[in-house]
Design a protein around this ligand. Structure first.
Ligand SMILES: [Zn+2]
Length: 310
């Protein structure tokens, strides 16, 4: 399969079909896909389709300008914005639905759209106490919020969700978490600027259903011991990790060299979702690190709004 998949390729021959063509042995070894696919909505926004069910991770469609990947970095005073018209277009047309929304951490490029999307879709939202506190203050319906701390393994109709303790990307010379901090559920301060959306702990999620499983990280770091024994078919792996010892090799070895590695969080989100993703500079190093650490894994770049079927 090409590293960059065309729309036609994605909707035409799936990787599962290719395995069948390769021989009966490959076909029996491959997990049977019963309605599992992934659609990328930019940054770390993924829609997991499991038959009729939909699970969203960090859905962020608005992508207001922050200068995050400019030499100056993000301006902390950037006001938060939600493009309701854009979100309405996708939700009202039925293109975007959600039974669950999973939040990895509190930052603006992950959490900002979730309160409005929760209201629009009626989805249950998982996150830490800080994430829920931020979303409640931004107008998320309180009775749709469910707190998680990592370690939960939950069953729903048609899929399971495994919540894992995780770590945020380590950035800059001090290997620092940008906009660190936490807040309690009772805090009512309304976040108005990107600096108000504090990290609040980081979770990762494995979602399984339709015979397959996908593991997502919202930042380029992880807690290795949390991942012992996990064998996801698809790993959604963030670009970055330069400050993390053996970022790719430790992760891929611990996970038993997943069949598919899809890069995530690699596009410059100062540019809109309806244009092809623009690499901020992390995609090539990630591709090389994965090729070296796990040559048997297929590195598949899925572009904005494209769908991948394992
Ligand atoms: Zn972040």
């Amino acid at each position: 399969m090409n590293e960059k998949i065309s729309r036609r390729g994605l909707f035409g021959v799936s990787a599962g079909a290719a395995a069948v063509l390769a021989g009966a042995q490959a076909a029996t070894a491959a997990p049977r896909n019963t309605g599992f696919s992934l659609r990328w909505w930019g940054n770390n926004s993924w829609e997991i389709r499991l038959g009729e069910k939909r699970v969203l991770i960090d859905p962020w469609l608005t992508r207001f300008k922050t200068g995050t990947y400019s030499p100056q970095g993000a301006d902390p005073e950037t006001p938060l914005e939600v493009n309701k018209k854009l979100i309405d277009r996708y939700v009202d047309s039925g293109e975007l639905r959600a039974d669950h929304i999973l939040v990895t951490h509190g930052h603006y490029d992950h959490l900002t759209d979730v309160p409005y999307l929760a209201k629009k879709t009626g989805a249950t939202v998982l996150g830490t106490e800080t994430h829920l506190s931020l979303m409640k203050a931004l107008g998320a319906p309180e009775d749709q919020l469910a707190v998680a701390s990592g370690g939960e393994y939950l069953a729903f109709e048609g899929y399971t969700i495994r919540v894992l303790r995780s770590l945020h990307s380590a950035v800059g010379p001090r290997a620092q978490v940008p906009f660190p901090g936490s807040r309690t559920l009772s805090c009512r301060d309304v976040p108005r600027r990107i600096k108000d959306l504090v990290e609040g702990g980081t979770l990762s999620y494995q979602v399984s259903g339709g015979g397959l499983s996908v593991l997502n990280f919202g930042g380029s770091n992880y807690v290795e011991s949390e991942l012992a024994g996990l064998r996801p078919d698809v790993l959604l792996m963030p670009a970055g990790g330069a400050k993390v010892v053996g970022y790719a090799s430790r992760l891929l070895t611990t996970l038993g060299n997943p069949a598919y590695v899809l890069p995530t969080h690699w596009d410059d989100f100062d540019y809109p979702l309806d244009e092809p993703g623009r690499d901020y500079g992390g995609l090539t190093p990630l591709r090389e690190a994965v090729a070296q650490a796990s040559p048997s894994s297929r590195f598949v770049v899925v572009d904005h709004l494209q769908t991948f079927t394992p």
